[in-house]
Unconditional design. Sequence first.
Length: 211
Amino acid sequence: MAARAIITPVNTAPQASPAFAQMASLAAMLTGISGFLYAVAFIVLRNPLLSAVFLTLFGLLSTAALVAVYRRIQQTDADFALWAMILGLVGALGAAIHGGYDLANALNPPAAAVPDLPSAIDPRGLLTFGVAGIALLVIAWLMGRGRQFPRGLVYLGYACAVLLILLYLGRLIVLNAASPVILVPAIVNGFLIQPAWYVWLGLALRRRPTT
């Protein structure tokens, strides 16, 4: 009887870059700081120029953090992790483009501007809040299943995701920025939950992943 060859599956997935993980850790913490400063500029100072700058930085910096998180949570469920990363990157780039649009208008105001006209790229925060909230909901779920991140970070991610989705719905339906439906989620998430989540995420990414 002929001997049958035993084929051992080999993991051919590329190893995560330690240098990128360190860079993503710093980017995550800077994302949290940028998000806090955006809330200050938008809610407290009401400065269109500063809020546009910090929103742009928030969107760009968060892309590195999302890729690093994907490398960790893909071990739990590769398909859901990929979907979450795509949604997260779309939301992050939408925020950056929205910030860039506001920045261009703040530096060179158009002659005939319509104040309440929604952004064509990110209408009423569809990407910045809505899509980003859905992505974070899936990310927090996978974090909880994989147990590679602190439980507190998982729960904070759930809270941030819910507040982002509520904020989008409020901006879409209510419109009045002074309404508690918009103001309360904006203050709680912008000043506390989201900055804390990204800074904590940056600290968590500094640790080597467990298998």
